[in-house]
Design a protein around this ligand. Structure first.
Ligand code: 6PG
Length: 247
């Protein structure tokens, strides 16, 4: 592991990255339940976490994760029906949520079918009420899994948008990304209060932006504004995504 602006773990390829990600998910879940009686995780969409998600529905993770004490939230969501391929919730259901023994009430999809403003408010209420007295604490989610886009966005926090400057709201609606859709996204005030924040990046196409995010302090990418208040930041990369980090 390399120590820097967060730690960096480099795996040989996308399958090893998925396996390491699933191990981190499972270990963090067990540690959180031992320490606080529950595990609250916020997951991302996009293609990179899908290998990790699929592993969670298989042993040893199927048996090792304390699913009955796990609550799943989303970092962001595209405002499409849940049976649309662009739905982060819909894909996560297919990849693992339909196949693990998690109580249905522990799955907290973003309300993508509501008008975006109302949906953001509703989700903010839901996470605030989940974290109750912990509202002003340094730590909210036990684990947040993030991706990074080739433009440096993370969650649905896109370069140049006002959502990057949000200081109060925990959830906002935005338009952008690929696919270019209206989306709901968590904001820095909640993301930066994660206990463990893990970026996943895989493949050559991410090498340039990963290099920039980790080595160029001037570039002010949305992903670089993930700076945990007191939590730990980890970049979990495969060799291709990490290929421009040396030197
Ligand atoms: C989303 C995401 C987004 C994603 C990155 C990387 O729902 O669009 O949460 O932030 O993580 O765009 O996406 P890939 O993993 O597909 O490269």
């Amino acid at each position: 592991m390399i120590e820097g602006p967060g730690s960096i773990i480099i795996e040989s390829n996308a399958s090893h990255l998925a396996l390491k990600g699933a191990e981190i998910f499972s270990t963090t879940a067990r540690e959180s339940v031992d320490a606080r009686g529950r595990f609250a995780v916020a997951i991302s969409g996009g293609s990179t976490p899908r290998g990790l998600h699929r592993l969670l529905a298989k042993d040893p993770f199927l048996s090792d994760v304390p699913w009955d004490k796990t609550d799943i939230f989303w970092v962001d969501e595209r405002c499409v029906p849940s049976n649309d391929e662009a739905s982060n919730y819909g894909e996560a259901k297919k990849d693992f949520l339909n196949r693990v023994p998690i109580p249905p009430g522990h799955i907290h999809p973003m309300p993508a079918a509501k008008p975006p403003e109302a949906g953001s408010l509703l989700y903010q209420k839901e996470i605030m009420s989940y974290f109750k007295a912990e509202r002003n604490k340094s730590f909210l989610f036990d684990l947040i899994v993030l991706g990074i886009g080739t433009d440096g966005h993370t969650a649905s926090l896109f370069p140049g948008q006002s959502s990057l400057d949000e200081k109060e709201k925990w959830v906002v609606s935005v338009k952008g990304g690929e696919p270019n859709l209206i989306r709901l996204t968590l904001t820095y005030p909640v993301l930066n209060r994660g206990r463990h924040i893990v970026f996943l990046a895989s493949g050559k196409k991410k090498a340039h932006i990963v290099g920039k995010a980790l080595k160029d302090n001037e570039s002010r990418l949305p992903a670089q504004r993930i700076q945990p208040v007191r939590g730990k930041l980890l970049w979990l990369l495969d060799r291709e995504a990490a290929s421009l980090l040396k030197g």
